[in-house]
Design a protein around this ligand. Structure first.
Ligand SMILES: Cc1cc2nc3c(=O)[nH]c(=O)nc-3n(C[C@H](O)[C@H](O)[C@H](O)COP(=O)(O)OP(=O)(O)OC[C@H]3O[C@@H](n4cnc5c(N)ncnc54)[C@H](O)[C@@H]3O)c2cc1C
Length: 435
C-alpha cells in the first residue's frame, strides 16, 4: 500500500496485544506498512511485563465466549510460537485445591465448566493425589489441569517486535514514542508523539491501561472506563521454594471477579505468590502508596467505580487489608500450604491490571474491541489476554482486513478468529479473570 503517508497503520502500545496484532497484520499483508509506537523505553513495560507468566488453559470462561475460545486457540499458537522461536516455556500443569467443604460446590462448577470447554486432560483429584503432586499443599479435593504452562511474556513480546521489523523495511517498532494527539485530516491522521509526528491511514489502539484515553484522542467516548487494580506478589525464599513444584490455585468464589492469591513457579525457577486485587490510585503505579491526581480523579469521578465499590465492598476490604499486612497475606497463603512461615516469603513485584468498568459498576468480563471509521480500539483486554494474544491478533487482523480494506497477500494459513465467530453469541456471564 504505497502512498503519501508514513505508515498505513499505526498501532499504539507495545504490549503483547499491540505487538501480536501488528505481527498478524504484517504476516498477512506484505505491502502494508505498520508502526508500533510504545511510550516507554522498552516493550512490554506494563501489564505484559508485570504478570504471572501463566499460559492459561481457559477453564473458567463461559463456553463459547470470546475469552474461552481465544484462550484455547491462543494457548496452542503461543506454544507453537515459543517452540519455533526457542522461547523457554514449560507445560507444568496446575492444581486447583479446595481446603474446606464449603468450597466443594464451586469446585464442581469449575470442573463442569472446564469439561464444557473441552480443556484437555482435566481430572478430579483427591487428598492423596494433591499431596502426591504438591507434598506441602493440604486440601480435601481438587482439579488437575495438565495443559497449563508458564512462560516469560516479555520474551514473547520482544520476539514479536523483532519479527514485525524483519517482515519489511516499512515496518517500525519505536519505543520512547508517546502518542499525545491525533490530528484528523480528510485522508489521513497525523499521530503526534513526543518525538515527532507520523501520518497514517489507520490507527489501532492497544494502549492497555491508557486505552480509554487513547480512544478519546480519536474523538470517541468509550462506554467503559479503565479502572486500575494493583496486584502484589510475594516470593518464596530460596529455602521455601521447595514447597511448591508447579502452580497451586485456590477455589475461587463465583461472587467475586478475581481468582485469589495463588502459587506460581515462574519460568526462571522462582516461586511467586499473588496477586491480590486492590483499587489503585495510579494507573501505572507499582508502589503500595503511589498516587496520581489525574488517575484518581478519572476513576473516582466515574459513577461506575463507586457502584463497583459498593458491589464488592467486603471483598475489597479483605483485599486491602492483605495488601498492607504481610500477616494477613500469609494467612491466605497458609490455607493452601499450612507450613509456610513469615520468614518464607518476601515482597517482590507488583502488577496493575487494566480493568474496564461499565457505568453500572460491572467489571467487563469479555474482551472488548470496537471499531470506528479508520480505527480499531481494544478497550478491554484483561487476563488471559497474554495467553490469547496471538488469537486476538488474528481477530484484529481480520477486522483491519475487512474494515480498512487492506490488500491481502498470499495467506495460506489464515484462520477465522474465535472472536468474530462468536461475536453474535450472547455475551458471557461474569467469569473469572485468570491471573
Ligand atoms: C498482575 C497481573 C497478572 C496477570 N497474569 C496473567 C497471566 O498469568 N497470564 C495471562 O495470559 N495474562 C495475565 N495477565 C493479563 C495480561 O498481562 C494482559 O491481559 C496483557 O498483558 C495485556 O496486554 P496489552 O498489550 O493490552 O497491555 P500492556 O502490556 O499494558 O501494553 C499496553 C502498552 O501501551 C503503551 N501505551 C499506553 N499509552 C500509550 C501512548 N499514549 N503512546 C504509546 N504507548 C502507549 C503502554 O506503555 C504499554 O506498554 C495479568 C495481568 C496482570 C496485571
Amino acid at each position: 500500500m504505497k502512498g503519501s503517508t508514513d505508515f498505513d497503520i499505526v498501532v499504539v502500545g507495545g504490549g503483547i496485544v499491540g505487538l501480536a496484532s501488528a505481527y498478524k497484520i504484517v504476516l498477512s499483508h506484505a505491502d502494508v506498512r505498520v508502526a508500533v509506537l510504545e511510550k516507554e523505553g522498552r516493550l512490554a513495560t506494563h501489564q505484559t511485563g508485570h504478570n504471572s507468566g501463566v499460559i492459561h488453559s481457559g477453564l473458567y470462561y463461559e463456553p463459547g465466549s470470546n475469552k474461552a475460545k481465544t484462550c484455547a486457540e491462543g494457548r496452542k499458537e503461543l506454544i507453537a510460537f515459543a517452540k519455533k522461536h526457542r522461547i523457554p516455556y514449560e507445560i507444568c500443569g496446575k492444581i486447583i485445591v479446595a481446603t474446606h467443604e464449603k468450597e466443594l460446590a464451586n469446585l464442581e462448577e469449575i470442573l463442569q465448566n472446564a469439561l464444557d470447554n473441552d480443556i484437555e486432560g482435566i481430572e478430579e483429584i483427591g487428598q492423596d493425589e494433591i499431596e502426591a503432586t504438591e507434598p506441602f499443599c493440604r486440601g480435601i479435593a481438587g482439579i488437575r489441569v495438565p495443559c497449563t504452562g508458564i512462560i516469560d511474556f516479555t520474551r514473547v513480546a520482544a520476539k514479536l517486535g523483532e519479527l514485525i521489523e524483519a517482515k519489511g523495511d516499512g515496518n517500525k517498532v519505536l519505543t520512547s514514542h508517546e502518542v499525545t494527539r491525533f490530528d484528523k485530516h480528510d485522508f489521513y491522521t497525523k499521530v503526534v508523539t513526543n518525538h515527532g509526528a507520523f501520518a497514517t491511514k489507520y490507527i489501532i489502539n492497544c494502549a492497555g491501561l491508557q486505552s480509554d484515553r487513547v480512544a478519546r484522542m480519536d474523538g470517541f467516548e468509550p462506554k467503559v472506563k479503565i479502572v486500575p487494580f494493583r496486584g502484589d506478589y510475594y516470593e518464596l525464599t530460596e529455602t521455601a521454594k521447595e514447597k511448591v513444584k508447579g502452580l497451586i490455585y485456590p477455589v475461587s468464589d463465583p461472587a467475586f471477579p478475581f481468582l485469589g492469591v495463588h502459587f506460581t513457579r515462574m519460568i526462571d525457577g522462582s516461586v511467586q505468590c499473588g496477586p491480590n486485587a486492590v483499587f489503585s490510585f495510579k494507573r501505572e503505579g507499582y508502589g503500595r502508596t503511589d498516587f496520581s491526581l489525574k488517575d484518581s480523579w478519572d476513576a473516582l469521578s466515574y459513577g461506575g467505580t463507586w457502584k463497583m465499590f459498593f458491589r464488592h465492598f467486603r471483598y475489597g476490604l479483605g483485599e486491602y487489608s492483605r495488601a498492607f499486612s504481610k500477616k494477613l497475606f500469609l494467612r491466605r497463603l497458609q490455607r493452601l500450604i499450612p507450613s509456610l512461615q513469615a520468614e518464607d516469603i518476601k515482597p517482590c513485584k507488583t502488577g496493575v491490571r487494566a480493568q474496564a468498568v461499565g457505568p453500572d459498576g460491572e467489571l467487563i468480563d469479555d474482551f472488548r474491541i470496537e471499531r470506528r471509521v479508520n480505527s480499531i480500539h481494544v478497550l478491554n483486554a484483561p487476563s488471559p489476554a497474554a495467553t490469547a494474544s496471538l488469537a486476538i491478533g488474528d481477530h484484529i487482523d481480520q477486522m483491519a482486513t475487512q474494515y480498512f480494506n487492506l490488500p491481502i497477500s498470499q495467506k495460506p494459513d489464515v484462520k477465522r478468529s474465535s472472536v468474530s465467530k462468536s461475536r453474535k453469541r450472547k455475551s458471557a456471564k461474569t467469569s473469572k479473570l485468570e491471573d
